[in-house]
Design a binder for this molecule. Structure first.
Ligand code: AMP
Length: 218
């Protein structure tokens, strides 16, 4: 058994982070912690957090830093993440979140921050065609020939378009990525913790690049 890993995956929405995080999670035997998935679960369950977050998410805006930091601090201290590590997907998204993450993880620092690089025009077309299973969260690409209603091949759930995958919200999220999240690349680059990986290619090719880069730094 390998000794786990503490990873952050950065990259534009639609860069393939979700797909690669699932594989990395199996490979390093650590939980995949997606703040977007956590928020969507809260929305589905109708919790106080979910009720507050729904309008923010649907508009393509960011949920407040304090809320997100509290959520992640609690999650990475859970039994499955505390000792072996985790893969953070969608967090941090701002420099303030990254600074707090360093404080929270001071006793067990991050091993590496990976930036999955995919050009904006490519992710734009992927996001417009993205469909997700409402139950298991699996991602699919619509080609226009799918049956309606579309049923998930993994679990039989409904495959739908995310409420925030409208053209306006997609463009807004990509703009926010440039202004809020891109500065993280400098933040982690300056402290020597960043690995930039070409995210264009088949899932297998990208996964091979990712594991090689991460294993070099463990
Ligand atoms: P994602 O699935 O990562 O694209 O996240 C979906 C939405 O959840 C984002 O567009 C934000 O509204 C919200 N969200 C997820 N992670 C964060 C975060 N770290 N900070 C602020 N908002 C977040």
């Amino acid at each position: 058994m390998n000794s786990g890993a503490r990873l952050v995956l950065l990259g534009r929405q639609g860069a393939g982070k979700g797909t690669q995080c699932v594989r990395l999670s199996r490979h390093f035997v650590v939980p995949h912690i997606s703040t977007g998935d956590m928020l969507r679960a809260a929305v589905r369950e109708g919790t106080e957090l979910g009720l507050m977050a729904k309008a923010v998410i649907d508009a393509g805006n960011l949920v407040g830093d304090d809320i997100m930091i509290g959520l992640v601090a609690e999650r990475i201290q859970a039994d499955d993440a505390r000792d072996r590590g985790y893969i953070l997907d969608g967090f941090p998204r701002t420099v303030a979140q990254a600074v707090s993450l360093d404080e929270i993880t001071a006793s067990h620092p991050l091993d590496v921050v990976v930036d999955l690089v995919v050009p904006r025009d490519l992710v734009l077309s992927r996001l417009s065609a993205r469909r997700v299973c409402r139950d298991c969260g699996a991602n699919f690409q619509a080609t226009g020939t799918e049956p309606s209603p579309w049923t998930c091949e993994n679990c039989g759930g409904d495959v739908v378009q995310r409420d925030d995958d409208t053209p306006d919200a997609i463009n807004k999220r990509l703009d926010l990525y440039e202004t809020q999240t891109q500065p993280l690349i400098d933040f982690y680059g300056e402290s020597g913790r960043l690995a930039q990986i070409d995210g264009v290619g088949s899932p297998d090719e990208v996964f091979a690049r990712l594991t090689k880069a991460v294993e070099q730094r463990l």
